[in-house]
Design a protein around this ligand. Structure first.
Ligand code: NAP
Length: 329
């Protein structure tokens, strides 16, 4: 079968990994002769992949690198072709979508093994492209806000002021929609109001701000950061002394210790990092919101598996198209 894989660092199959050993995009290779995976354990499904997505910094996700050839692609939408499913959630022929575990990927391929925890049935009214932009981004946003930060899912016991960085990004747009839906006051931050304000208002943001203008903001209870680096460093200035700061940007790992050393962190602020986990329960709730039209994903571009390396590179440039790049397989 055809698959896009990350070439190992050496002929002996030494994997990439942190620190300082991240695969360059040129390490993404298309192969036509990858063995089709076979299901072997209870709870596994073999799916014919119809669509996957591209994430900025995916080659920095060091969890992917234990095997010698990593196949990227965590979001999947496809058709079940074999099941080892004692609980009988799924049957051959079901149309499913979801997110594979961060340490496995697998969906930049014609066939992939996913688990019954990772998949749910795809709503019939969503195309493969429309469906596949939802799982990883919406799960990350949902778990960031409600599991890790612990925001109320209805703000009736107290509305919080929530600042979201990278708000116009692939995950940021879900963070904005979920926090607004829960009734919180959402301030959407990006590098350019000119490029992003109309879009951010259209998905419900109450205020918009550029990163360079953080000083003008009233203090916030919660910051959820998807950008990292200097933007994350600047977030400490806008957070209340007892607030919560969470970053999930791939390069923010270890930021708490680094910022403490630099003297820019605040003692009373809860500083968190997270990695999203596949969850049927999260996906079921998200699918319900999608079906009701409460939450929407966006496709910025559709590419074929052959063009996935160029697509990965273009995910690292700022453009005017909001949404996620879809790989149609
Ligand atoms: N921890 C986890 O579980 C998890 C899960 C999924 C993804 N991630 C990571 O989370 C981060 C955000 O993912 P995403 O898919 O939301 O990213 P994205 O849409 O590609 O980018 C998010 C924002 O980053 C800003 N940005 C900063 N430097 C950029 C550059 N060189 N090119 C383009 N945009 C840039 C942009 O905001 P402005 O235009 O406003 O600057 C953009 O909207 C990535 O590092 C991704 O790998 C982590």
């Amino acid at each position: 079968m055809k698959a896009a894989r990350v070439r190992p660092t050496s002929p002996e199959g030494k994997p990439y990994g942190f620190p300082g050993n991240v695969a360059p995009s040129s390490a993404i290779e298309i192969h036509d002769d990858v063995p089709k995976p076979q299901i072997s354990k209870p709870g596994e499904l073999l799916i014919q992949v119809k669509a996957s997505t591209v994430y900025k910094d995916n080659l920095e996700w060091n969890e992917l690198y234990p095997p010698s050839h990593a196949t990227l692609g965590n979001d999947f939408a496809g058709i079940v072709v074999a099941v080892h499913d004692s609980e009988q959630y799924f049957r051959v022929g079901d149309h499913v979508y979801g997110m594979t575990h961060a340490n496995r990927g697998g969906a930049w391929a014609e066939y992939a093994i996913v688990t019954t925890e990772e998949a749910v049935k795809k709503p019939d009214n969503l195309s493969w492209e429309e469906a596949v932009v939802i799982p990883g981004s919406a799960i990350t946003a949902d778990q960031a806000l409600f599991r890790h930060v612990g925001l109320e899912t209805t703000a009736q016991n107290g509305q919080k002021r929530v600042l979201i960085t990278g708000a116009a990004g692939g995950i940021g747009m879900f963070l904005v929609q979920f926090a607004v839906l829960a009734g919180h006051h959402v301030i959407a931050a990006s590098s350019s109001n000119e490029r992003n304000e109309a879009f951010l208002r259209s998905i419900g943001a109450h205020e918009v701000v550029e990163y360079k203008d953080f000083d003008t903001l009233d203090k916030v209870d919660v910051v959820v950061d998807s950008v990292g680096f200097q933007v994350l460093a600047d977030c400490w200035k806008v957070i209340k002394p007892d607030g919560t700061l969470l970053s999930f940007d791939a390069c923010s790992w270890g930021y708490r210790e680094a910022h403490k050393e630099k003297g820019i962190s605040k003692e009373g602020v809860r500083a968190l990092y997270m990695i999203a986990e596949p969850s049927r329960e999260s996906m079921a709730r998200i699918t319900e919101h999608v079906a009701k039209g409460n939450i929407k994903g966006r496709v910025s571009k559709v590419v074929s598996l052959n063009d996935v390396r160029e697509a990965y590179e273009s995910a690292h440039s700022r453009g005017s198209a909001h949404g996620r790049i879809v790989v149609l397989i």
